[in-house]
Design a protein around this ligand. Sequence first.
Ligand SMILES: [Zn+2]
Length: 277
Amino acid sequence: MPTDERAYWDALEVRRPGDVPAATPLAWQLAKHTVHNDRLMNRALPADSPHEVERGDAGDALAVLALRESIRQDIEHGRGVRIREALELGATWAEVAAALDMPERETRTLLRTWANGQRALWLRHEAKGVQPFGLDAAEHAAVLALCGRDTETPAAETPDGYEVRESTRRYAEELRSTPGKASADGHTDWECTAGASYIADAMTPGPGRLGTIHAAIYTCPGHRAATEELIASAGYTPDVRDTPPDHRWDPWPCGHLTAFKREALTALCGAPAPARQ
Ligand SMILES: [Zn+2]
């Protein structure tokens, strides 16, 4: 946090929990609480104390109450995130319930309520046309799947709710049958420092209903049209989708290309495919 934000916080008068700006670190709130609390403690000092001391007043008492309530709410609000994290890191529901000293059923309800709230938040932002945060549909489904998991099943196993895409499954099969030969990475010719929020597949129709994927190009919103054009000019049909949730936090660079067929690498990069054994 920048120091001017800290200075603003230190000078801010808090008389109710709503006075605390969103995302104020707990450590800052505790520090402010200590200042007011120390003044209140000074009231116990003798009136003829040789030291000049500030003695707490009603404002300090109200600040202490408001800050404690704000801290309590923040800690409570953080439980959903922490439960999800614990489960994803391999804790069981029984362990999570024990950590919260709560019946397991209540713990599950807590996570489900949090997930629904985060989903609603996402949808509200999306409806307003602003960059949404919270949980998208796939993440929401994954958390609900966690809510339904057995008591003793460690969550390190693949969560339900994510389905492997047909094209991804086919790629895995291709890798299995011809290891080291099915894919080759490349790059489009443009320079872009943005992370990719879309994946554009280069497709041809058939043999099955879903068609055949030849390559995938990671692209940012600004290069989306150029990517589609590139794919079309190479003779494929572009099929653009959002990057999966885990790619969004750690995005691939725009322009990264994974070719599943050598001809596709040549056609889309304009560079000869590297020789592979
Ligand atoms: Zn770009």
